[in-house]
Design a protein around this ligand. Sequence first.
Ligand SMILES: Nc1ncnc2c1ncn2[C@@H]1O[C@H](COP(=O)(O)OP(=O)(O)OP(=O)(O)O)[C@@H](O)[C@H]1O
Length: 257
Amino acid sequence: MTAIEARDVSLTFQTADGPVHALKDVSLTIDRGDFVSFIGPSGCGKTTFLRAIAALETPTAGTLAVAGMTPDQARRRRAYGYVFQAPGLYPWRTIAGNVSLPLEIMGFSRADRMQRIARVLDLVDLSSFGGKYPWQLSGGMQQRASIARALAFDADILLMDEPFGALDEIVRDRLNEALLDLWKKTGKTIGFVTHSIPEAVYLSTRIVVMSPRPGRITRVIDSPLPPERPLEIRDTPEFIALAQQVREGLREGHSYD
Ligand SMILES: Nc1ncnc2c1ncn2[C@@H]1O[C@H](COP(=O)(O)OP(=O)(O)OP(=O)(O)O)[C@@H](O)[C@H]1O
């Protein structure tokens, strides 16, 4: 079953300095349950592609289907959760209150909200922090809370734009493990933007390598790694070979510059 389908998607921004071809003829099929990472140098269109899937940008050409709908329909039906680079939690609401917000907007009953909040806070290991305010939590915990907020209404698709980019490596390792665990438990389809080769290789079932000017896909690499991935997998020959393939893909893209 297909979760996301992009066919010849192009997106050009008109700017004062002329057109910027953020995406050019991007075609990609993401199956349900896939964990797909987008990697590439700054400006290759990773964020633009994710935003187009989420109906936050409109392609200039081509078609996009999200859960069998147009991105706009998928947005209105809340077919995906979106996690931004910064946690973006409201400081005047508790963690539970922040997670509750989309549910309130969507009109869930109080009892249903309470149940969902408890479930997702448990999934991201923040059960005892629901009553705290964002500023009482570390950066990593805040990012976990923002993931809980995106999971609260239980969409099948989770779109994540470099959610761990601002965190130190130790915290990032822990969150990568937690995210992989969550993905296995929930079976969600995940689209994940990153700059980090090890992060992409560790997390993904497929790695999409992109390159800039114009933004396009240069390689799609299927991971041969098993779903069980202790952090030590990063020292195995299979992991290192896969990272090498991604690095080559990135280099290939650059040769067009
Ligand atoms: N709203 C906008 N208006 C004009 N140009 C834009 C806009 N958004 C993005 N761009 C341009 O489109 C190109 C792709 O940007 P995008 O943010 O998608 O890249 P990216 O791969 O996510 O980069 P990064 O890794 O730095 O976040 C860049 O050249 C960027 O300057």
